[in-house]
Design a protein. Structure first.
Length: 176
């Protein structure tokens, strides 16, 4: 009885120290505010900046509301310092593979290198989404983001949808 009690307490101590060590080594994260463009078929949730040795990586959950696979996106990341001045951080293209009506967590592989200032807030906005059949482009994305950063949340940008002539499957040709 005494040995089994001792063994159980050792197991509990080891489990607690392992879980404490895992929590201790978790990379610090900074939340990112997402400017959702409602007409885009891709929604971003739970966006954070993860600190790594090579810089900061963006990790977020994305959900695909389109009838085709999403293959890439272009985004803008902007910081707002404590004085309310907006500082562009990145405007990048990222390739992803998100199946139809699916949700997944992605970490963008390209590190962002900048100095993180205390009191800064970050805003992420999608500017373009590339699907297998179509490309959705936000019209005047920079202007809409500037209004949003200044606190005018009434401006909702419009989106233009065009056919994807590069990634779309070839139509079936019937030869008579």
């Amino acid at each position: 009885m005494r040995r089994s009690l001792f063994a159980a307490s050792v197991v509990i101590v080891i489990a607690c120290s392992v879980s404490h060590a895992q929590l201790k080594h978790k990379a610090p994260t900074v939340p990112i505010e997402v400017f959702q463009v409602l007409d885009l078929p891709l929604n971003i949730h739970e966006a954070v900046l993860e600190e790594k040795d090579s810089g900061y990586l963006i990790r977020c959950r994305m959900s695909n509301d389109s009838p085709s696979e999403i293959r890439g996106l272009r985004y803008s990341l902007t910081a707002i310092d404590g004085n309310g001045v907006s500082i562009p951080i990145a405007n990048r293209l990222e390739g992803i593979a998100l199946q139809v009506h699916n949700t997944n967590t992605f970490t963008f592989a390209t590190p962002l290198r900048f100095k993180l200032e205390t009191g800064s807030r970050f805003v992420l906005m999608l500017e373009q989404v590339s699907g297998a059949d179509a490309i959705w482009e936000v019209i005047k994305a920079k202007d809409a983001l500037d209004f949003y950063l200044k606190g005018d949340y009434s401006i909702q940008p419009s989106v233009m949808r065009v056919g994807n002539q590069v990634d779309a499957p070839l139509p079936l040709r019937v030869i008579y």
